[in-house]
Design a protein around this ligand. Structure first.
Ligand SMILES: NC(=O)c1ccc[n+]([C@@H]2O[C@H](COP(=O)([O-])OP(=O)(O)OC[C@H]3O[C@@H](n4cnc5c(N)ncnc54)[C@H](O)[C@@H]3O)[C@@H](O)[C@H]2O)c1
Ligand SMILES: [Zn+2]
Ligand SMILES: [Zn+2]
Length: 361
């Protein structure tokens, strides 16, 4: 089959047609990938911003059809339509037992040491144990969530990372309530999803912030009540919150400067939600006085604090009810050969979510 292989960090992807997928072993499922969204985390894995052993097939936001099930998988059959859950929970580790499945590292760590593919005779890892920039992939049973066959693959793929992460940050992590106010920094696929989550949760002010002016128009289309560049945010805080700041500040970039912007934009007692996947070599400064006396909380939102078997069907139901615009988030449909261009285009004004479509037999 065809797959895009990253041989070394920072390199272009090598589109090959001699790749095979390993498995499915017991408890695993082999899929035909039909649609794979291009998330900024793929770019970060490629350039070393997120840990990634190589060679690797990147891609983790995906939907497709079951081709084959391994021994012991008795609740899925070939032909079933599924969304990939890139952070499947094992059910037995300390985090799972505490009811925090989105902190389970069991399967992700397995993905770091167990190749998922062979390219000729070269073993190849899958990003986070996935590897969606390929025609097929193998994941554990808990790494897929079945959905109805009428959900378009591209809509389903987006639910698998960007939408779950952005909407989940608002609904699950922050638990924003009607009447609350929010600022969202970074308006890519994840940020636009956070804006949609804030809208459906009843936020009265939803301020979008992005350095790229064209993104501000996109943000308004998806429910932002105001949209500004970072340098304009201070004046807007004065204007719309009388200088108080927002109940929630979602940082969907997570650079040192955006974390500072998020901190400053949150009201006294407000909450900063870290959604962006920042780099381990960056350092962020907060002084002890502000950490105590401003009464703010900084909380992480990994995968939108999701429990995918519970949350993917809820997101699909919200989409069916017309409360989430997912088709509108698909800004480009590309072929596997174009995945490098898609990674390079991240952050461009006209990009919301680019989706790699595999419509081969
Ligand atoms: N928490 C999680 O589990 C999780 C899951 C998926 C993605 N992520 C992370 O979320 C982030 C966003 O992902 P995405 O796919 O939406 O990315 P994207 O590239 O599509 O969008 C990022 C947006 O941020 C804007 N931006 C960049 N620097 C900025 C700055 N200094 N100030 C304001 N805006 C700025 C860009 O113009 C762009 O519009 C990435 O860090 C990604 O790795 C986290
Ligand atoms: Zn992602
Ligand atoms: Zn676990």
């Amino acid at each position: 089959m065809r797959a895009a292989v990253l041989h070394d960090l920072g390199e272009k992807l090598d589109i090959r047609d001699d790749v095979t997928v390993l498995g499915p072993g017991p408890g695993e499922v082999r899929l035909r990938v039909r649609a794979a969204g291009v998330c900024h985390s793929d770019q970060s894995a490629r350039d070393g911003g997120l840990p990634q052993p190589v060679p690797a097939v990147l891609g983790h936001e995906a939907a497709g059809d079951v081709l084959e099930v391994g021994a012991g998988v008795d609740d899925l059959a070939p032909g079933d339509r599924v969304i990939v859950n890139w952070m499947p929970s094992c059910g037995t580790c300390a985090e799972c037992l505490r009811g925090e499945p989105f902190l389970c590292m069991t399967h992700v760590l397995t993905g770091y040491v167990m190749p998922r593919f062979m390219a000729g005779d070269l073993p190849v890892f899958g990003m986070a144990g996935c590897g969606a920039f390929a025609e097929e992939m193998v994941v554990p049973r808990i790494g897929v969530v079945p959905i109805d066959a009428d959900v378009p693959y591209e809509v389903a793929a987006l639910v698998g990372c960007g939408v779950m992460t952005g909407v989940g940050a608002v609904v699950n992590t922050a638990q924003l309530r009607p009447g609350d106010t929010a600022v969202v920094i970074g308006c890519g696929g994840v940020g636009i999803s956070a804006i949609q989550g804030a809208r459906l949760s009843g936020a009265t002010l939803i301020v979008a912030v992005d350095t790229v002016p064209a993104k501000l128009d996109v943000a308004r289309r998806f429910g932002a009540t105001h949209a500004v560049t970072p340098d304009q945010l201070g004046d807007l805080v004065t204007e719309v919150t009388a200088g108080e700041g927002f109940d929630y500040a979602f940082d969907v970039v997570a650079l040192p400067q955006t974390l500072r912007t998020a901190w400053n934009a949150a009201r006294r007692g407000g909450t900063i939600v870290v959604v962006g996947a920042g780099r381990a070599e960056h350092q962020v400064e907060f002084n002890p006085f502000e950490l105590l006396f401003e009464g703010k909380r900084i909380i992480p939102s990994l995968y939108g604090s999701a429990h995918p078997p519970r949350d993917f069907p809820r997101l699909i139901a919200l989409w069916r009810a017309g409360r989430l615009d997912l088709e509108g988030m698909v800004s480009h449909r590309l072929r596997l050969e174009e995945v490098d261009d898609a990674l390079a285009a991240l952050g461009r004004g006209d990009v919301i979510r680019q989706v790699i479509i595999n419509d081969g037999a």
